[in-house]
Design a protein around this ligand. Structure first.
Ligand SMILES: Nc1ncnc2c1ncn2[C@@H]1O[C@H](COP(=O)(O)OP(=O)(O)OP(=O)(O)O)[C@@H](O)[C@H]1O
Ligand SMILES: [Mg+2]
Length: 468
């Protein structure tokens, strides 16, 4: 059975039971009241009769008046013989021996729904009162008064009818109120049900109205809290998923260049294409690049670092010329393919305060870009110190970057020209975004100057340790 009907059924049963119980109780009390009032009235007539010690003529007159009120009166002597209205000796009352003794003891008798008159003749329902006459402590007979029940019954019937009307109205109002209340409760449950359904479908943007009145409102408050936590954890899951995806792409991006270089060098060695004089240098490069890759993987695969998007820098001061040479070596083969001249200018005492691997990573990315966007041109990697600062400039004579696009190149996945995508030029548009974040974590500065068709110059400044 639906909750609404259960509620309705519950409320209506309570209303009906209460009204029925009250109705029966009230009806009984009221009808008894009517009987009692009538018998008391008759008794007071009887008392009046006895007290005034009326003459027969007075009694006769009173009898006539009372008859008009539908009250019949009779009097009996101590021998149970009627003295009024007829005084024949053989007209005895229909009272039993017990009842007579009761009267003799001075107590009145009230009889309800009697089916015969004082002398035992069958009549319609009567209400009868017998009242003893005691004079100077002597039992002198009794007065009997009777009134037909029909009048009382009419009164009771009228009372019952008005009660029926009142209770009928109460039932209708009760049912209507039950309906409204059950409907109100059911509507709130349905709201909660719909919200739960939304959540089960993955829509956590639900908020139920809370008026803080009852337990339902408490439940709705808890429900809203639950939805908020779910929303937050969904966002956190999404954020982590983005971090993971970004990390995977960054790692792939960073590994591609050294692996390609190493692959080229290994092929050269395998087929004896590397001149004897450069073999040692090639092996050295393969070794140092392998080391660098191992460090990169070890560091980056730390789950916590990926999660919090942090990279830990191991900064120290080192001679930068070796790093510059490594960068140039890595790009050399690529430059040859594009017929570019790749040079570097660097003082032998050039030194940098940075994380070695990240320093190489930054320069490889920029130099690789320079080569990517230059054909038959020149690429120059220039490095020098200004006090403790280390400055590296990488310039090319390539296609350049449009002034309007310079601001955008640091964005992830940005490529100045979409047609370059997966062609001989760029790959994913990640390089400069990584470079920028690495320079930032060194508290360094990166800037670019470019002229379309003439070339581009990237300048990176690494601060000295005292400036941090
Ligand atoms: N030296 C340059 N000359 C001309 N345009 C450049 C140069 N360096 C960067 N750009 C422009 O900036 C964009 C972003 O460079 P970025 O290194 O971030 O991506 P990419 O080189 O296209 O791809 P990826 O580095 O991920 O392989 C490039 O697509 C290019 O349009
Ligand atoms: Mg790039």
């Amino acid at each position: 059975m639906k909750y609404f009907y259960q509620q309705l059924f519950g409320f209506v049963s309570v209303v009906l039971l209460t009204i029925a119980a009250c109705g029966i109780l009230f009806y009984n009390v009221m009808s008894n009241n009517v009987y009692t009032q009538r018998s008391q009235q008759l008794q007071s007539y009887a008392k009046g009769l006895i007290a005034t010690d009326m003459s027969d003529a007075d009694i006769y007159k009173l009898g006539t008046i009372l008859r008009e009120e539908n009250v019949s009166i009779a009097m009996f002597d101590e021998n149970n013989a009627m003295t009024y209205p007829s005084s024949s000796l053989d007209t005895n009352s229909a009272l039993t021996e017990d009842e007579l003794n009761h009267l003799k003891n001075g107590a009145a008798i009230n009889l309800k729904e009697v089916q015969m008159n004082f002398t035992g003749e069958a009549v319609d329902n009567l209400i009868t009162v017998y009242y003893p006459i005691i004079k100077n402590g002597q039992y002198k007979g009794y007065v009997a008064l009777a009134s037909p029940m029909s009048r009382i019954q009419t009164e009771v019937r009228e009372l019952r009818n008005s009660m029926f009307i009142a209770f009928g109205a109460a039932i209708i109002i009760g049912i209507m109120m039950s309906f409204v209340f059950a409907n109100y409760q059911t509507r709130r449950i349905n709201k909660l049900r719909k919200a739960t359904h939304k959540i089960s479908e993955g829509d956590f943007d639900v908020k139920l109205p809370v008026e803080s009145r009852d337990e339902f409102d408490d439940l709705m408050k808890d429900f809203n809290n639950m939805a908020r936590s779910l929303r937050e954890s969904e966002k956190e899951v999404e954020r982590q998923e983005n971090v993971r995806r970004q990390f995977m792409m960054d790692v792939a991006h960073e590994m591609r260049t050294p692996l390609t270089t190493m692959n080229g060098l290994l092929d050269g060695l395998k087929y004896n294409m590397v001149p004897e004089s450069r073999r040692g240098r090639s092996l050295e490069l393969i070794s140092s690049e392998t080391q660098r890759l191992i460090r990169l993987v070890n560091e980056n695969l730390d789950y916590e670092k990926i999660r919090s998007n942090q990279i830990v820098l191991v900064q120290h001061r080192f001679a930068g010329i070796g790093a510059i040479q490594t960068v140039v070596e890595q790009i050399r083969e690529l430059a040859k393919v594009k017929n570019n001249i790749l040079r570097y200018e660097c003082d032998t005492d050039f030194s940098v305060y940075a994380d070695y691997d990240r320093f190489v990573q930054i320069l490889v990315n920029i130099t690789k870009n320079a080569n990517q966007f230059t054909d038959n041109g020149e690429i120059l990697v220039k490095a020098w110190n200004e006090g403790k600062k280390a400055i590296v400039e990488i310039s090319d004579t390539g296609i350049g970057i449009d002034e309007r696009e310079i601001k955008e190149i640091w964005e992830r996945f940005y490529k100045a020209d979409v047609s370059r995508k997966s062609t001989k030029y760029g790959e994913s548009g990640l390089g400069l975004a990584i470079v920028k974040s690495l320079v930032d974590s060194h508290h360094g500065k990166i800037s670019v100057k470019s002229e379309v068709g003439k070339g581009t110059t990237f300048r990176v400044v690494f601060p000295g340790e005292s400036e941090l």
